[in-house]
Design a protein around this ligand. Structure first.
Ligand code: AMP
Ligand code: GLY
Length: 459
């Protein structure tokens, strides 16, 4: 089967790489991909944007793609899976209606209440005067969330009433996030440890991946602004067997049941962002309708099963008979970012040390990278089926291509992912790899996995 993965981040590199190793898979395409997917054996980039529904559908038809896996959330919220289904194309991802679990926090909070699924107490408002009256009664800190997609920036944890009021004003006026902020959720601040719980879903059955945990804050000690995620590891020790059972019983299964009962059966990756309280009780912070980034990198590093065959089984409603096989070792990924991220940063810097960092226990997943046009030597003529870079230009076989020709092209650039007998050992492998890689103004956190490391050290 030919597989198409849409997106260009580290998550998509990890999904495409894992899919390419499956027995059921003859070829993986990534649209549009990055330098990492371009250099991966059996993976080919195609220069089509993730929101070009018609272009992607035409490509999937003409190349006889048997399965499309959607990386990012926005196309799913905009109905990508419906568009493919209407054209008889097999796409693993939730319908527009089911993707509301990520697309609208107001929808999700109402859904969770209807089905008695544990989550922070909240109220939803469209009118500023009502929202302001409500926050005046709330204990601080309080959490203010824009209803719609806001690229991970729509959540304000207000320490004071003045901060909460300012957040409400900027969101409800439309100034902060446009229409995504015209309705807000005001929510109780939860304490505990966060975990990411991601599952394959076929509308009825939930098949969970190994647990994981990411670090959203930019700087060591979980300080500084929120980012897309500066590192992640799997398994997350906070998700003990008992906690795992509670998450399945109280959150994942009721969610699948509720969505099906409401006429939007959930098919695709379902990512529950959870807060685990000290007593082990889980609450939903948010749902995402796609895999996590950077959680995908350590989780895919550990997965042994044929990913595309599993997604295909889900499309046939047959996940119930499937199991997942895992590398028993732990994996930990360190995100290397451009200096300045998540604020302004420069791109176009050559990256060195990529080959030196790769070992059997360490893989470098790419996110914001691209290959230089100049690296295409005179021997790299266009030929049918040749790999193309993000400009649509042919890419020489990896043997012809010096690794020095990979350039930075985004905020999060790489995720260096190690495997080891414990999270501590995986962490050492990842940092050893990261230390070999460099570019002008590269930066990364030095404490990824610190909670798991403390648990493993008995602290
Ligand atoms: P969200 O986009 O809803 O996942 O929120 C982004 C981040 O804000 C989460 O990963 C948490 O770290 C934090 N957060 C969101 N809601 C809450 C809450 N109710 N209590 C504590 N932290 C929260
Ligand atoms: N790592 C957080 C996310 O994928 O949303």
């Amino acid at each position: 089967m030919k597989v198409l993965v849409t997106g260009n981040g580290g998550r998509e590199h990890a999904l495409a790489w894992r899919a390419s190793l499956g027995e059921s898979v003859s070829q993986v395409y990534v649209a549009p991909g990055n330098a990492g997917t371009a250099l991966e054996p059996n993976v080919q980039n195609v220069p089509i944007a993730v929101d070009d529904f018609a272009g992607l559908a035409d490509f999937a038809k003409s190349e006889e793609v048997g399965l499309t896996i959607v990386g990012p959330e926005a196309p799913l919220v905009d109905g990508f899976a419906d568009y493919f289904a209407e054209r008889g194309l097999r796409c693993f991802g939730p319908s527009r209606k089911a993707a509301q679990l990520e697309g609208s926090k107001a929808f999700t909070k109402a859904f969770l209440k209807r089905w008695d699924i544990p989550t922070a107490a909240s109220e939803t408002f469209a009118a500023l005067v009502d929202a302001k009256a409500y926050v005046r009664e709330c204990p601080m800190p309080v959490v203010v969330k824009a209803d719609g997609l806001a690229a991970g920036k729509g959540v304000i944890i207000a320490q004071t009433l003045a901060e909460a009021e300012a957040a409400l004003e900027s969101m409800l006026s439309g100034a902060a996030f446009g229409d995504a902020g015209r309705c807000v959720v005001v929510e109780e601040f939860l304490r505990g440890e966060e975990a990411s719980f991601i599952a394959l879903c076929d509308g009825r059955t939930t098949l969970p991946f190994a647990s994981s945990q990411d670090h959203k804050a930019a700087f060591d000690g979980d300080a500084g602004p929120n980012t897309g995620g500066m590192g992640a590891y799997s398994p997350a020790p906070v998700v003990s067997d008992a906690v795992h059972a509670r998450i399945m019983d109280q959150i994942m299964q009721p969610t699948l049941k509720g969505m099906a009962a409401e006429g939007s059966p959930y098919l695709g990756f379902l990512y529950a962002g959870l807060m685990i309280a000290e007593d082990g009780s889980p609450k939903v912070i948010e749902f995402n309708c796609r895999f996590g980034d950077p959680e995908a990198q350590p989780v895919m590093m550990r997965l042994k099963s044929d990913l595309a065959a599993l997604c295909s089984a889900a499309l046939d409603g047959a996940l119930g008979s499937q199991t997942l096989r895992w590398d028993k070792r732990a994996a930990l990924g360190v995100v290397m970012a451009s200096g300045g991220y998540p604020g302004d940063y420069a791109t176009g810097h050559p990256i060195t040390g990529l080959d030196a960092a790769e070992t059997p226990d360490c893989k470098v997943f790419h996110a914001g990278t691209r290959l230089t046009r100049e690296s295409l030597g005179p021997t790299s003529g266009r030929s049918p089926g040749a790999k193309v870079d993000s400009f649509g230009d042919p890419i020489p076989r990896s043997g012809d291509l010096g690794r020095g020709t990979v350039l930075t092209n985004g905020g999060r650039v790489l995720c260096v992912t190690g495997l080891g007998g414990s999270v501590t050992q995986a962490c050492e492998k990842a940092y050893r790899g990261a230390a070999r890689i460099g570019w002008h103004d590269a930066r990364y956190r030095s404490d990824i996995g610190y909670r798991a490391l403390a648990r493993e050290a008995g602290g």
